[in-house]
Design a protein around this ligand. Structure first.
Ligand code: SF4
Length: 179
């Protein structure tokens, strides 16, 4: 029987969730016997295949037009989408910017920080910054939420192993408004 295919990608994230995935350590060898990893931000192949995958594993919040594109591409190509980490689950630390006008948040990030010299707000039209930071579930349908900042390696292993065995992991997560 073909192994389930898993793709992973990141949105607005600090990479900590993927570091926690690596902290699964030697159990990764156990997992890789059961699944095929098609793509990830930390391998040569970074984009999930057009032919689709069984599981799409996303970390990070939706904080730009590029994040939205990556999230929607994963949704279109994955049968089951997992939101991994607090940024993906509820918007994470970046959601704090929603309390200020967007322009103020951009000025604080790119101009006003003490270490910035001749700062400039990036104007790349391909990376439009929306008014508010959004959780993944506010942009696409999410099937499994894995909370934590980052989720522990044990929790990540449990979820991945359940999915590898063809089961939907049972997690005691609160119901979210956008669920
Ligand atoms: S949930 Fe925490 S560890 Fe994961 S990407 Fe967000 S800030 Fe980083």
């Amino acid at each position: 029987m073909a192994k389930p295919k898993i793709a992973t990608d990141w949105l607005a994230a600090c990479a900590g969730c993927h570091m926690s995935l690596l902290d699964v350590d030697e159990r990764l060898i156990e997992l890789i016997k059961k699944v095929e990893l098609t793509s990830s931000p930390i391998t040569d192949l970074k984009v999930p295949p057009e032919s689709g995958v069984d599981v799409g594993w996303l970390t990070g919040a939706v904080n730009s037009s590029d994040n939205e594109h990556v999230a929607k591409r994963m949704r279109a190509r994955a049968r089951i989408v997992v939101a991994c980490g607090d940024c993906a689950v509820f918007g994470g630390v970046m959601r704090m910017r929603n309390y200020w006008p967007l322009q103020k948040a951009l000025e604080t990030a790119y101009i006003d920080t003490p270490s910035t010299v001749e700062g400039k707000i990036p104007g790349d039209p391909d990376i439009m910054v929306p008014q508010v930071d959004r959780a993944l579930g506010e942009v696409i349908k999410v099937d499994v939420y894995v909370p934590g900042c980052p989720p522990s390696a044990d929790l990540i292993f449990y979820v991945l192993n359940e999915l590898a065995e063809g089961r939907i992991p049972q997690l005691d997560t609160p119901k979210l408004d956008y669920d």
